[in-house]
Design a protein around this ligand. Structure first.
Ligand SMILES: [Fe+2]
Ligand SMILES: [Fe+2]
Length: 403
């Protein structure tokens, strides 16, 4: 699928370099180039664009003003901003103007991967209603500063666990959440962990980064809004589904990466609920009322009212954040695994089953009718026969960890 990518920078040399690089390195992109915000908006009026990559600091209209205007005029366009370190774009981030922030100097490979992912995900989640809902969310959670710092640190090939622990320790709330997580049933450890370094050693750098992302989604949202939507218990539901999904994957002797993907995807599978509830609280209360009064699964009530489900919204966001494709896929299809081609055992199967068993065994689900198991899908993937054994493994998962 061809993507048209519009680059905006007031430095002509930067544009020339980009033009030359794209021609040889990215045949899938059609590049467009503008030397100012005004020129970019003029171009977009007549030329459909999929992705805009804008410099932050420009004379006249700056990157933030430009992306604000793009958000208003062309809500379906993926917005990426390039920013220097010194500017600390915190205020911008919380304003949700950009779907993705990249640091200067431009890491071309990172940009390429970011655009490729945005493109792949758009193909995966091509429903125009989803595009509209996501793009209009002014408050789409952007990458948290802590995550960006960890990402930067991890680019050094010799990054130490101690250095990662030092970065995390600067954020008291994150440190508390990390310790809570390692000491919860999620990891099934029998000793108490009190030091951030020890926690980082146990979790591994990738999991710490994921936690930095998810803590932002789970705890960055105004609790009053969530209470209004009765979504207070999302964190424990996510932890439980992550625990069960990784148990199932381990039971299947899946490779360590798949076990980890199942754990992370389980933790984040219902992220879209938080995103929808915090960005459209009024409409979301109606969704919940509908699910309750009609006894519908939440995803179905969302689709009826908003045209999209939390599964698609969550997957879209996690994809833009750069989480592994297997995790994004598991989140995207956790209620409808039969729609995802592939088959066989993977993180998606683990999360789909973990979500259903979380309700069946521990009465844990969000709102409305609980997630049902898709027996035809499991049968077709050759996994239906495993269900009784998985149920036993999951029944033991939480009691074990609590022992
Ligand atoms: Fe869900
Ligand atoms: Fe769920």
């Amino acid at each position: 699928m061809m993507s048209r990518v519009l680059f905006v920078d007031d430095d002509p040399d930067v544009l020339d370099t980009l033009r030359a690089t794209i021609e040889t390195a990215e045949p899938e992109w059609e590049g467009a180039f503008a030397g100012s915000g005004e020129e970019a908006l003029g171009l977009m009026a007549s030329l459909p664009v999929d992705v805009i990559v804008s410099d932050m600091v420009m004379p006249a209209m700056d990157g933030a003003q430009l992306l604000q205007e793009v958000m208003r005029r062309h809500p379906g366009v993926v917005r990426i901003i390039l920013s220097g370190y010194a500017e600390e774009p915190q205020a911008l981030r919380s304003a949700g103007l950009a779907h993705q922030y990249l640091m200067k100097p431009l890491d071309y490979q990172l940009l390429s991967a970011t655009i490729a992912r945005a493109g792949a995900l758009r193909a995966l989640l091509a429903d125009p209603r989803l595009q509209q809902v996501v793009a209009r969310m002014g408050t789409l959670p952007s990458l948290p500063a802590l995550y960006v710092k960890l990402q930067e640190a991890c680019r050094a090939s010799d990054v130490s666990l101690g250095a990662v622990a030092n970065i995390v320790e600067q954020d008291a709330a994150m440190t508390a959440k990390m310790l809570q997580l390692v000491n919860s049933a999620f990891f099934g450890l029998r000793r108490r962990v009190a030091s951030p370094l020890h926690a980082v050693q146990l979790l591994g750098i990738d999991m710490v980064k994921t936690l930095a992302l998810s803590a932002h989604v789970f705890f960055g949202v105004d609790p009053l809004r969530l209470r209004a939507c009765a979504l207070g218990d999302q964190w424990s539901h996510g932890l439980l589904v992550g625990t069960l999904a990784s148990r199932i994957a381990a039971f299947e002797n899946a490779d360590p990466e798949t076990v980890e993907h199942a754990r992370v995807a389980g933790l984040l599978h219902d992220t879209g609920c938080l995103v929808l509830a915090s960005s459209t609280p009024g409409a979301y209360s109606q969704v919940i009322a509908l699910a309750r009064s009609q006894g519908l699964p939440l995803a179905e009530a969302e689709t009826q009212r908003l045209g999209v489900s939390h599964a698609a919204v969550g997957a879209y966001l996690l994809g833009l954040w750069g989480l592994p494709e297997a995790i994004v896929r598991a989140v995207a299809f956790h209620h409808t695994p039969g729609r995802c081609p592939g088959g066989g055992f993977d993180a998606l199967a683990a999360v789909h089953v973990g979500d259903a068993l979380a309700h069946e065994l521990y009465a844990s689900h969000v709102i409305g009718a609980p997630s049902a198991l898709d027996a035809p899908y499991l049968d077709e993937a050759g996994l239906l026969g495993q269900l009784p054994a998985w149920r036993e493994a999951c029944r033991a998962a939480v009691t074990d960890a609590a022992a």
